[in-house]
Each structure stands twice: as C-alpha cells, then as structure tokens.
Ligand binder design. Structure first.
Ligand code: ADP
Ligand code: MG
Length: 621
C-alpha cells in the first residue's frame, strides 16, 4: 500500500485553529485589542462596520513591528511573547499562543500597516486566505493598524452561523468593555458604522466605569479592597438595590484578564447574602491579582476560563471581602469621584501575613430602606381601580358575606378552577362584620385570616400580577395614561440596550413613554406612564425594563407586548422587604383579586397560599 498520510497545508491547519479562536467578529476584536495592549499602546481606536461582518479595524500607537516581524506575525505559533515553556508560568501578557493573526488571516482579508520607532518607513501587508498577497513600504506613524475585511468570506457555513447584527454587535461591545475596563490607563474610542459609540480617556478604574456605563453609575458603586498573601482584590461592587435580573454586569479579572467563573461569581453572591432577592444577581467589577504560577489560564482556547490552585480559599476571601465592603458602606455611604486619589490609593501590601479577612457586617444595614426609587410608591397601591371584593371570596371570620354578594362572585368563570384548589368557605356566613386585619411578615408576606384559615400573600409577586395585567391591557387597548414630565429626564444606555430600545420603541410608546433621541445612545424621557410620574430614577427603571425584557427573551420567546408587560411588572413591583401599611396591604389584596388570574405571577409562580384550619390543627396534634 502506498503512503497516505500527509501534513495538512498551513491554510487548512490555520482554518481549523480559527474554528477555536475566531468564532465571531467579537473574537477578532478581542484578539486585536489584546495585541495592541501587549504592544504597549496608550491610545487604541476600534472601528467596526456592520457588526464586524464587513470591517474590523484596530489602530494603536504601540511599539509596532519590523518588516520581518510583520510578515512573521501571520505564521502559526509565531509569537514574541514566550520563548520557552517556563515562560508560560510567568506570563503577564494577554496573548502567547501565536495563533490569533494566523487564524484571522485564514478566514478574512487582512491588511496590516505597522511601523516601529527605529525605522522612518512603515510596512504594509495584504493577506488573503492565509496567503501573503503583497508587502510594500509606506508612510505611517509609529504603531500598528490592522484591518480585517469580509470575515468568513471563504467559510460560508461559519458566516451563516452568525446571529443578527444586534446580537453580534452586543458581543463586540462586551469584548470592548472587558478590555477597556481592565486598562483604564489606555485611551479607547469605538466607532460603529461611522458613529462614535464610546470614547474613554485615560484615568482610573472608577472613572473608566463611569466613562463606559454613564455617570449614573457613580452613586451605585461601593469600593472593595482586600489584601492577602494569596490574592489581592480590588474594584467595585454595586449597591444591593442595583442588582440585575441577569448575570450581566459581573466582571471578574484575574491579572487583568477577563475571566468567567461561576464559582467565583457565586462567592460574591454569597457575600451579599440576603441583601439581594433570589431572582437577582449582584453586579461587580472585581480585579484579582495573583501569582501567575498559582493559576493556569491555558485551559481554554479563548482563555476566559482559569484554574486556581487554591480555589476554595479564594472563594472564602472574596466572600469575606464583599461582606466587609457592604458593612463599611453603611458607614461611608457615598463616594467622592471628584477626588481621584480615592482610586489611586489602592495598593497591595504583600508583607501582611495570610489571615482570613475579618467580617464586619452591620446587622442593622437594610438596603431596602433606599428602595423607594426602584419600586412603585406605596401610593399607587391605594388607588384601587374597581376591585372585586376578595373578602367575599374568602370570608373573614366574623365578617358577613351576604348571600347576594356570594352569588355575584360565583358568576365570573375564572375563579372556578382555583376554588377547588384553595377551597374557600362559600356557604358559611357570619353575623357581625369586622374590619379586615392584616399582618406583615418579614417584609414579604401579607397575612390575613379568612374563614377557612390563614391566607398568605407574597407582596412582590402579587404586585407583579397586578401590574402585568394593567400594562398588558394598556398595550392591547392602546389606552395610554401618560404624564408629561415637567423636567424631561436624560438617560444614557449602553450600546446593546440602546439597540433594544430602538427595536421595541413603538411598544414602549404605547405604554405611555414619550422618548426622544438626545445624542448617540442618550435619550430624553419626556413623558412616562402615569403611575411612574413621581419616580426619581427613570434611568434605573428603563435599564431594568430592558434587562427583564432580555431575560424573558432568552428563556422563552414571548410576544413583544407580553414580554414588555412582564418586564415592566417585574421592574416596578413593590419589592420584598418594603414595609407596607395596613391600607396598602388592603389595597394590594383588593387589586390582586380584581385580576383575571390572581393566583400566579406572569411566570407562573404562586402569589398566594392558604393554610387551612385542618393543616393548622395538624400542627397541634
Ligand atoms: P500572540 O499575541 O499570542 O503572540 P498573535 O497571532 O496575536 O499571537 O500575534 C503574533 C505576534 O505579532 C505577537 O506576538 C506580536 O509580536 C505581533 N503583533 C501582533 N499585533 C501587534 C500589534 N498591534 N503591535 C505590535 N506587534 C503586534
Ligand atoms: Mg495575540
């Protein structure tokens, strides 16, 4: 038999490697930005067109490359960053596998223009499908520009696999944000389709966060700083009331490299403990510095996963650090961003012995005390539309429910199925009517006694149901109760959020919002749904509506209107932990029972429960 084994041509080998390294436009953005950082750039410009399908360009003022290096950089395993295996354990650069440029050049048309300080002329290279087309000299400033055109032009399957422009753009934006966050000492600008998306001058982490996310982040941040011999932690966590519905703003960096670690995210969540409701996740920007020999970043080709030698200990340290910052925050509630030194002072003391950080949490700290701004004000609860008299459905002890009213309530069809489940006492009526009595339990449950036992209502879930039905009706009838604001409020959204807002703009308008463009990704809110009129924090409300909308979209494909009504209900509902007056509990209960489907939240969780006399009796056996 003749020999049949052949070495794969480089172009094919590179394309295979590209499958790992270049999954989508965002991967190219990541690799190019990281190369610029590694080249010591202090100013990096990212230009993208059509979500990266047609063009990705990165221009930096880094150290550039020589003529030979420029050509070499496209070879596989060509890297200037490691020379032998032992270097791997002491890596401080972003790249080291020498695969990125070779991979990118195998699936796109690439132009490279680069000049180092020691030559007066730059070199320019054109690559197509791994092949060098031309190389020539040209004029250019010191630094490097790489232009990647028509990504996946020669791999149609991969190109077809790309998602919508908005999705790909969001991925690009995420990569950009991750790198920009990790390098506040580098100035960045990002343009998409000739429009400036973000510009961030040099500064410190605090100013960078505000640059990227908007000045409304200022009052949300709590600094965190912890030094141990194993790991140093610095960065910010967001106040508990700004917890997100998705794990979206969770940024972990290890030695300045963004990483994904559900385990460490959990450590932070654990540090927040009961300060954050079950369905929300804390937001944070945390930077861990750790001896590179203690970690292995090479476990994943795109290098966002990482292995620690002493994972459990790091978990404990992170958790304790979060707790400590939360405790401290109670004493020092606001940050002064004008005083830049507040951020520059973060230093690590390597001489300290390894001690688990002490936990110092103020037991009286109640983040919900500031809840006003995020929930609907109690006032809304007391304005009852036309509540069906729920107490006739579930007679209270000693309170009469006349035959006549029972009759009325037997009629509406929707209750019948539930009646069998919760078995209210229909037939019995009592003599003397009494005022309804409510008890508020743990800032969460409304307790009231009914004829058959005890009714327990979850305040947040109940309110969610009420708001959901209300807003869905508004969307369906286009019957808008809108209120024009005396002072229109400006909000600033991230690129992906702004894209989403543009997508669902008509629906948002039919809820009573009047939103006009202000500048790129900034909007003016001129009018809001009537029950939002006193809300001081429209920025957060809008973020949270969009956040919920995305979350719903990710789990189930909902009709836009239903999704919006759900998102609004979730965002505006009175939160667990909010104290309620008797009047508010009464109104909430009334409104709940005037809903079409009072027993479940829009996502199907129970809003209320009954503890029957029998069940209570059983406990005393
Ligand atoms: P790696 O970054 O893993 O070394 P890459 O394929 O990303 O591999 O890059 C190959 C080499 O090209 C780098 O090691 C570096 O020497 C050079 N290089 C790439 N981009 C730049 C840049 N923007 N400025 C200067 N040198 C660069
Ligand atoms: Mg690289």
């Amino acid at each position: 038999m003749s020999d049949i084994i052949k070495l794969l041509p480089d172009s094919v080998a590179n394309q295979i490697a590209a499958g790992e390294v270049v999954q989508r436009p965002a991967s190219v953005v990541k690799e190019l930005l990281e190369n610029s950082i590694d080249a010591g750039a202090t100013d990096i410009k990212l230009i993208v067109k059509d979500a990266g399908r047609t063009l990705i360009q990165v221009t930096d003022n880094g150290k550039g490359m020589s003529e030979n290096d420029a050509r070499m950089s496209f070879e596989r395993h060509a890297t200037s960053k490691i020379k032998n295996a032992s270097d791997l354990w002491a890596l401080t650069t972003m790249g080291f596998r020498g695969e990125a440029l070779a991979s990118i050049a195998s699936v796109a048309r690439v132009e490279l223009k680069t000049r180092s300080a020691d030559t007066p002329l730059a070199t320019e290279i054109f690559m197509e499908g791994s092949k060098l087309e031309t190389q020539q000299q040209c004029q250019a400033p010191i630094g490097t520009t790489i232009i990647v055109k028509n990504l996946f032009f020669n791999t149609p399957a991969r190109r077809n696999f790309l998602k919508s422009d908005n999705v790909e753009k969001a991925h690009v934006f995420n990569e950009f944000i991750r790198i920009a966050l990790a390098h506040p000492q580098v100035a960045f600008s990002y343009y998409h389709n000739n429009q400036l998306v973000t510009q961030a001058g040099t500064g410190n982490l605090g100013s960078r966060i505000i640059n990227l996310f908007g000045s409304h982040y200022k009052p949300r941040l709590i600094p965190i700083e912890e030094d141990t011999q194993i790991v140093s932690i610095q960065g910010y966590i967001l106040k508990p009331e700004y917890a997100k519905k998705r794990k979206s703003d969770q940024y972990f960096f290890v030695n300045n490299r963004f990483i994904k670690s559900p385990y460490l995210n959990h450590a932070v969540e654990n540090g927040f403990e009961e300060l954050i409701p079950d369905d929300s996740y804390p937001a944070f920007f945390l930077f861990l510095q750790i001896d590179p020999a203690q970690i292995d970043v090479n476990v994943h080709p795109t290098k966002t996963e990482i292995k620690f030698q002493d994972e459990k200990l790091i978990y404990q340290i992170i958790k304790a650090a979060v707790k400590r910052s939360l405790g401290k925050f109670n004493i020092v509630p606001s940050l002064d961003f004008e005083r830049e030194t507040a951020f520059d002072d973060v230093r690590f003391d390597k001489t300290k012995p390894v001690v688990a950080p002490t936990i110092d949490v103020n037991p009286n700290f109640n983040p919900f005390e500031q809840e006003k701004s995020t929930g609907s004000s109690g006032k809304n609860l007391t304005s009852r539309a036309n509540p069906r008299q729920w107490e006739k459905l579930f007679p209270q002890p000693g309170r009469a429910a006349s035959q006549e009213s029972q009759q009325q309530n037997m009629e509406p069809g929707h209750y019948t199925s539930q009646q069998t489940i919760i078995n209210p006492d229909w037939q019995e009526s009592q003599d003397k009517p009494q005022g309804k009595k409510f008890m508020h339990l743990q800032g969460r449950y409304i307790l009231t006694s009914i004829k058959s036992g005890l009714m327990i209502i979850d305040q947040q879930r109940a309110h969610e149901r009420i708001l959901f039905e209300k807003h869905l009706k508004m969307l369906e009838n286009r019957k808008v109760a809108s209120q024009t604001l005396l002072f229109p409020e400006q909000i600033k959204l991230t690129e992906p959020d702004a894209d989403l807002l543009r997508e669902i703009r008509t629906e948002i308008a039919s809820l009573g919002f009047d939103i006009s463009d202000y500048s790129h990704n900034s909007y003016m809110i001129n009018a809001v749904p009537a029950d939002l009129a006193d809300n001081e924090n429209l920025q957060w409300i809008m973020e949270s509506i969009l956040e919920n909308f995305k979350k719903n979209n990710a789990t189930i494909k909902l009709d836009t209107r239903v999704n919006l009504a759900r998102s609004l209900a979730k965002s505006l509902s009175v939160k667990t932990g909010k104290p309620l007056t008797t009047e508010e509990m009464n109104a909430l209960t009334d409104e709940l029972f005037s809903c079409e489907m009072p027993y479940q939240t829009p996502s199907g969780k129970p809003t209320l429960n009954m503890l029957g006399m029998d069940e209570i009796g059983d406990k005393f056996k």
